[in-house]
Structure formats: C-alpha cells, structure tokens
Design a protein around this ligand. Structure first.
Ligand code: GLY
Ligand code: MN
Ligand code: MN
Length: 464
C-alpha cells in the first residue's frame, strides 16, 4: 500500500477527531503488527485501518497520539541505514511532521518514556478496544508510570474510553476521497470478474481442463494490473456444488460444462475494499433450473437496491430481498405451502433459512466488513425482546441504522440448495449469490460495481 500523498486530508480527519475528544483527552492509535506467516517469512504488511485513516502512513511499528488540543504526534521507526538496506527507506521522525502534516514525531524507541509524560495531568485516555492484542497492557504500564508520580502532584487519567466509538462513526460516512477510491476499486474488481467469466467459457469451448485456480489467477492478474495491492479478502471461486459452501476458498476443483461458478472477489485499493459476487454458467449458457433460481436472486437484489436510500433503515434492503426470495422459494417448490404456510408465515418463521442463511448487507470501506454501528445510535435505548423462531433463543432487537448519504453497504442476496429430502432434484447443488456495492445517495443509491453485468442474458452475451 503506498503512502497517501495529501497530508491535509489526514490532518483534517485528526482535527475532526480531536474536536470530539473530551477536554483533557489523549487518543492512542497503533498501526497493525507485522505478522509471521511461517518460520522467517512474514505476511505482506498492511497498516491498521484506523491508523491509516488518520495518517496515510504505511510503515509498520508506528503509533499515533492525538491530543484534544488538536496536536498530533507520531512515533515511528528511526532512520537506520543498515535496516533500510534490507527493508526499504524509512520516513524517520525528522521528516515525519512535514510529510504527514502533524505537529511532532519521535522514534518509536521513545514510546515508553514519552507516553507517560503525554498522559500526565490529562483526564481521559482513548484507544481502540479489542482490536490490538496487548495494547491494554501497554496502556496499563504507561498509566502506572504516571501514577507513580502522584506524590509530585501529577494526576493520572481517571477514565478509559473506546476510541472505536468515535472513529467508527467517522469512517461510516465516506468522504469524497474515499468514494473516489472505492469507485475505482469496484471498477477494477468488475473487470476482474468479466475476465474470469470470459476465460471460463473460452477454456471450456477449447476443451481445456479448467479448475478453480485458473479463474482465481485471472482475478489476481487483473487486480495487480490496475495497481490494487491485494485482494480485500480471500477470493471465493466455487465451481458447482462448492458454491453452497459460504466460505469456500478458491481451490483446485474442476469446473465443468453444466456447472455454475460462484466468484466472490474484490480488490483492495489504497486501503479500501470492494466486494463483488457474480454467479455464471461455466460454459456461458445457463440451464433452465439454474436460470429459474438466478432470476429469483436477481429480482431479490433489485428489490434490495430499490430499498437502499437515505432515510430508509439498514434492514430494509434485507427485508425486501427476503420477501422476493421467499416468494420465489414457494413458486418453484423449494418450500411447500402445506408445510410452511403463506409468504407471511415463511417470513415470520424464517422458514427460508435452509436456502438463504446469511444477511443481505454489511458496511463496506477500509475493511470488507467495515466498522460502524448497525443500530441507530439515537434509538439505541429502544430495546424489545423476542423469541427467534429458528434458534428459539430470546434476542434483543434495537432499531436498525437509518441510512445516510455517504454510507456504503453491500447488497448480496443468494440461494443455496443442498440436496435434501423434499427438495426438487433439478435444483440440487445450485448455489447463487449476486453482490454489489451500493453508495447511499439522497434519492437512492449508486451501485459502484456494475461495470460487470448481473442480468443473465448480458452475462451470456459477454461470455459468447
Ligand atoms: N466477501 C465477503 C462477503 O461477501 O461478506
Ligand atoms: Mn459482502
Ligand atoms: Mn463478498
């Protein structure tokens, strides 16, 4: 991930954060740790999303401190010629303030001596809870060092607060820079899906052995070709019955004439995810039962799209999609009305769950399942209890989030038919999901990911 080049943008975000801190507040945000893959090989480093959101800084071993008075301090790797020969150029504390638009910088080796000083005589320490292993232990030590000076009249913060509460709300509403990057990420991913569809039809036409990894290779190629740093999550490339495994990974199963292929893959670009699913016939032509179910899923997604607009609730697209899916299940005989009752019964009893068992949406942003409360904060106190008809557990329900301009969510209904008694055989092992990325606008939503078609006829056309 390259360092972002507009320090003003990050300075503005930090100023916005600082303005929300309590008087005498200090916020501490470390970047992600480097992760060992095996023996002495590391996973490619990716900064922590909160840290990157506030700095644009991509080096490991760094910590940001934001003070309520608006000052920001970064602790970063010191210059070290020997290490830089091996690992690359370091920004270093001398250059960091100008490059990152903040007030001061120190070597990360000074963290344990300087942090207690920064915390002296302050009131509230903020940090992201439950996101960085060991951070609470460090904070404990820094606070201990402050408390040790109490006889000198130095006071120690009496309160710890979860910084995610503030940062999640900021990240939930995307600014213009973020929307530009997300639009581009989705375009790249759309191109990758088209490429995989075309290769599948081409290889099958040529009689070439085709496996899931052949299509995965196309995705990776297209992502990197356009500057994406890596996939935003592990790509799912599922041939045939594998599509019914929700978290299947791209593997080595053969892809054959008559199969559907489900690809759920999106690139990450400059720290932002895209998340697209398309389901297409391996050889470019849907069979009749595949097409029947496909058109139900597509209609359910269209209903979800229509329900996605500012002022509606986060749950509205899900409810809209479920109504169409459930009606479709009754229409094609996946559900038997003599057993499950009317459409309303199916919805109320969640009798559709054998074939549709996940939610329709999640927030999308720097993280593929992005941060942000799914509960409307102004109504969080409005709790009702009900018995879940499937699990029979008592669950608490709060009003779901009111959608606002600048939020981005996925719309990803599906149908997954595992062979079972009473399930029409013509649908066995068909797994379909259609997923797009929706930016909420005043009057509806903009689908960022529609550079790859969803209509069955259009998919067949580009695969010819
Ligand atoms: N690709 C992860 C998801 O769709 O939620
Ligand atoms: Mn998704
Ligand atoms: Mn997905």
């Amino acid at each position: 991930m390259s360092q972002h080049t507009n320090p003003n943008l990050y300075a503005q975000r930090r100023a916005h954060l600082a303005a929300q801190l309590a008087k005498g507040g200090v916020a501490i945000i470390p970047t992600a740790p480097e992760q060992r893959r095996n023996r002495d090989s590391d996973f490619l480093f990716r900064p922590d999303s909160y840290f990157y959101y506030l700095t644009g800084f991509t080096e490991p071993n760094a910590t940001l401190v934001v003070l309520a008075n608006g000052h920001s301090i970064v602790f970063c790797q010191p210059k070290d010629e020997a290490r830089e020969i091996w690992d690359g150029i370091r920004l270093g504390p001398a250059a960091a303030p100008a490059a990152l638009g903040l007030q001061s910088a120190f070597a990360n080796t000074e963290l344990d001596t300087r942090l207690p000083t920064l915390l002296e005589n302050t009131d509230v320490v903020y940090f992201p809870f439950a996101t960085h292993h060991g951070l609470d232990g460090h904070i404990h030590h820094w606070l201990e060092a402050v408390r040790a000076k109490s006889r000198q009249g130095i006071t120690c913060p009496a309160e710890q607060r979860d910084l995610c509460v503030l940062l999640d709300e900021m990240r939930l509403i995307k600014d213009a820079t973020e929307i530009d990057i997300m639009r581009r990420a989705a375009q790249i991913s759309a191109g990758a899906h088209i490429r995989a569809m075309k290769l599948s039809a081409q290889r099958l036409r040529q009689g070439l052995e085709t496996r899931e990894f052949h299509l995965d290779a196309e995705l990776l190629h297209e992502f990197r070709l356009h500057g994406s740093q890596y996939p935003a999550y592990s790509s799912i490339v599922a041939g045939g019955a594998n599509a019914c495994v929700l978290h299947y990974r791209a593997d080595a199963a053969p892809i054959q004439h008559g199969d559907l292929v489900l690809i759920d893959a999106g690139c990450e670009l400059h720290g932002y995810a895209s998340d697209i699913t398309r389901t297409f016939p391996a050889n470019g032509k849907f069979t009749a039962p595949q097409r029947e179910l496909y058109d139900i899923v597509l209609a359910s997604q269209q209903a979800a799209v229509a329900a996605t607009q500012a002022g509606n609730r986060f749950n509205d697209p899900h409810d809209a999609a479920v109504a169409v899916l459930a009606q479709g299940m009754l229409d094609v005989g996946l559900l038997d009305p003599s057993k499950v009752g009317s459409l309303q019964d199916v919805i109320e009893q969640r009798a559709y769950t054998p074939f549709y068992m996940h939610r329709t949406s999640h927030w999308l942003g720097m993280d593929v399942h992005d941060c942000g409360s799914y509960i409307e904060p102004t109504e969080a106190h409005l709790v009702t209890e009900k018995i879940d008809p499937v699990t029979k557990q008592t669950v608490q329900v709060r009003p779901s989030r009111i959608l606002r301009e600048g939020m981005v969510l996925t719309l990803e209904p599906g149908l997954y038919v595992r062979p079972a008694a009473g399930v029409p055989e013509r649908y066995h092992n068909i797994g379909i999901r259609i997923e797009d990325d929706a930016l909420v606008t005043a009057n509806g939503c903009e689908l960022l990911s529609r550079d790859v078609p969803v209509d069955a006829d259009e998919i067949e056309a580009i695969m010819r």
